[in-house]
Design a protein around this ligand. Structure first.
Ligand code: G3H
Ligand code: 13P
Ligand code: ZN
Length: 332
């Protein structure tokens, strides 16, 4: 049994309480490789932003669960080396799909886990979430649960349709499960194609898709039922068109990729939404930079020469999110 406190990590409890009071949100950045982690830690340390490092089941399979855990432990040491005296770093399991996966993470040093029972019937979601909460709370590990289903195209988390969270269920769910935060569905979804062209309008000047607004009425109703309770938004990448354009310019093919406009995320961050999940934007930045280098320098074969620029672009992206969208800079 490895306790996260011995690794210098923190759970989300205090972080979320401060974020709700302060009207900002904590970035939850997914990582599955060293370059992403370096960029996240550097951006967080330099802006003094609390940060959630999140690992999906797919990431654990890709990078090896043990290695990822040690990378996260290294992140705390690296943050200190960068001059961040008291780093506020959470290691979080993203979309845990079973009690066993959550337990394995809790036992090996995660400070927070998500149990995603959102695709289960309501009572089964409650039973599974409650079981994880009971185990996690023994070790002061915080638990994120989910109500409502997001549409998405990513592996592991795909589901056919989007069902908004039902505000009338949230009090019963939060009370009976004891979860520490709740991911809700208000129209976001995973991946780089969050909306179908037929759901959008098109900007006549640029020809780009303009997505429909998020269901802020559902968020407001949830907040009214659970005042001050930490809310989480998944699927919150903005799909920056500059990266999409770079990818397309250098041989990629991402037609009509579209995300959540940043002004809507800014608005959400000021509310009880205190954790905003971003993965796809980092993937896009990485891919855009790699494609550019390889297209411009076809003789290059040293991975550091294209992973380095990819890391720089991701760091710029993370800093932008922290400072200009979530407002978490200077809060740690
Ligand atoms: O929620 C989805 C995350 O972006 C993780 O995606 O399962 O492909 O690692 P993944
Ligand atoms: P994006 O695909 O919008 O980055 O969402 C990531 C996410 O929700 C991870 O859980
Ligand atoms: Zn997610």
């Amino acid at each position: 049994m490895v306790n996260y406190k011995d690794l210098g990590l923190v759970n989300t409890r205090e972080m979320f309480a401060k974020a709700i009071k302060g009207g900002y949100a904590i970035p939850a950045f997914n990582f599955n490789n060293m370059e992403q982690l370096q960029a996240i830690v550097k951006a967080s340390a330099e802006t003094k932003s609390p940060v959630i490092l999140q690992v999906s089941k797919g990431a654990r399979n890709y990078a090896n669960a043990t290695l990822l855990r040690y990378l996260a432990e290294g992140a705390v040491a690296y943050a200190k080396e960068l001059g961040w005296e008291k780093p506020e770093i959470v290691l979080h399991l993203d979309h845990g799909d079973s009690f066993e996966t959550c337990k394995s993470c809790i036992d090996t040093g995660f400070s927070s886990v998500m149990i995603d029972g959102s695709a289960l019937p309501y009572e089964e979601n409650i039973a599974l979430t409650k079981k994880v909460v009971e185990y996690a709370h023994q070790f002061d590990v915080t638990v994120e649960a989910e109500l409502g289903v997001l549409a998405g195209v990513e592996d592991e988390v795909a589901s056919e349709e989007s069902h908004y969270t039902k505000p009338e269920e949230v009090i019963d769910f939060a009370t009976r499960t004891g979860c520490d935060s709740l991911a809700i569905s208000i129209g976001t979804s995973h991946g780089a194609y969050k909306f179908k062209p037929e759901q959008c309008t098109r900007d006549p000047k640029t020809g780009r898709l303009v997505p429909p607004p998020l269901a802020f009425d559902v968020l407001d109703a949830v907040m009214e039922k659970l005042p001050g309770f930490p809310i989480v938004l998944h699927g919150s990448s903005s799909v920056p068109q500059e990266y999409v354009d770079m990818i397309n310019q250098y041989g990629g093919k991402l037609p009509d990729a579209v995300g959540i406009p940043e002004e809507q995320l800014r608005k959400a961050a000021k509310s009880a939404v205190c954790k905003i999940n971003i993965d796809s934007d980092s993937r896009l930045a990485f891919t855009a930079a790699v494609r550019k280098v390889l297209a411009e320098k076809p003789a290059e074969f040293d991975p550091r020469k294209y992973c380095g620029p990819a890391r720089d672009l991701m760091e710029e992206l993370y800093k932008h999110k922290i400072i200009n969208v979530l407002g978490s800079d200077g809060k740690a």
